[in-house]
Write a protein that binds this ligand. Structure first.
Ligand code: A2P
Length: 282
């Protein structure tokens, strides 16, 4: 597995296994264990996914050293604000059953965001979290929050794939040395993307599947990807992308697929209202 360096000089495995929408009490445990067996060393969960405890159990049962696994989790909006966030961090540590988390993100950009960020900064100072980052931050939201942050986020995890390239956001994040992470790297199974002729032709040329071409392109763009698969062969294949390289023309051809659109708009008030209403505990 290849790694990227972050702005605090730590490293992150370039591809991680995302457990969004996989239920707890079994399915997430099985998926995480399978991913670790397949060679993943980076698991991306969140308090809001409500499956941190399964991730923690699978890591213990995998027999792999804790220090060899990179764990990302995220604080849910219900726990925003300084005091609530301190409790939220402790809950994640307890549910994961670990004494530190490699990367902890503010999952959604609403509520008392900067109060929560301060709690994350303190948890870094105490060694409970190694790196902190943001998620679903647009350029406007970045401009709103950036001056209230002492510690620079190491990543911004957003929707990203060949159809959704976030070009303006990437420029602003690059200026601040904040690495992008891609959720929905495969377009969440979008047929138009997975059957795109440019990508299908490259898959044939390199004897890879379309997912591998997309994930290789994302890797060469310097973006961390978090593909999800419940299929053991594809799960394995999605990290088998380091034995070939797309050339400049091929990179440009995929770059040309950008639609400039995303399925998720964090600035939509209806999205904010819906997410702020999602409760994960009392
Ligand atoms: P499956 O679970 O059957 O493999 P995303 O990570 O963007 O949310 O996309 C996940 C979707 O992409 C799932 O429907 C998954 O289906 C599918 N998928 C995962 N890996 C590949 C791949 N290598 N090629 C094609 N489809 C894939």
């Amino acid at each position: 597995m290849e790694n990227f360096t972050l702005n605090n000089n730590t490293t992150i495995p370039a591809v991680g296994f995302g457990v969004f929408q996989i239920p707890n009490d079994g399915p997430t445990y099985d998926a995480t264990l399978a991913a670790l067996k397949a060679g993943y060393r980076h698991i991306d969960t969140a308090a809001g996914y409500m499956n941190e405890s399964d991730v923690g159990k699978a890591i213990v049962d995998s027999g792999i050293e804790r220090s060899e696994i990179f764990i990302t989790s995220k604080l849910w909006v219900q726990d925003h604000g300084y005091e609530n966030a301190k409790i939220g961090i402790e809950n994640s540590l307890r549910l994961l059953g670990v004494d530190y988390i490699d990367l902890y993100l503010l999952h959604q950009p609403y509520g008392d965001y900067l109060g929560a960020w301060k709690a994350l900064e303190e948890a870094v100072a105490k060694g409970k979290i190694r790196s902190i980052g943001i998620s679903n931050i647009t350029v406007n939201l970045w401009n709103k929050f950036k001056d209230g942050m002492n510690l620079m986020p190491v990543v911004n995890q957003v929707e990203f794939n060949p159809f959704t390239q976030q070009k303006e956001l990437r420029k602003v994040m690059a200026e601040n040395d904040i690495r992008l992470e891609a959720w929905y790297p495969l377009g969440h199974g979008n047929k138009d993307l997975l059957e795109n002729k440019i990508i299908v032709d490259l898959a044939e040329k390199y004897n890879k599947n379309v997912g591998q071409i997309i994930l290789r392109w994302i890797y060469q763009e310097g973006v961390v990807s978090l593909p999800k698969s419940t299929n053991p062969e594809r799960m394995k294949g999605n990290i088998d992308i380091f034995d070939f390289a797309l050339n400049d023309d091929e990179m440009k051809a995929i770059e040309g697929l950008d639609t400039g659109k995303a399925s998720h708009n964090p600035e939509d008030p209806a999205v904010e209202q819906r997410l702020m209403g999602m409760k994960i505990h009392e």
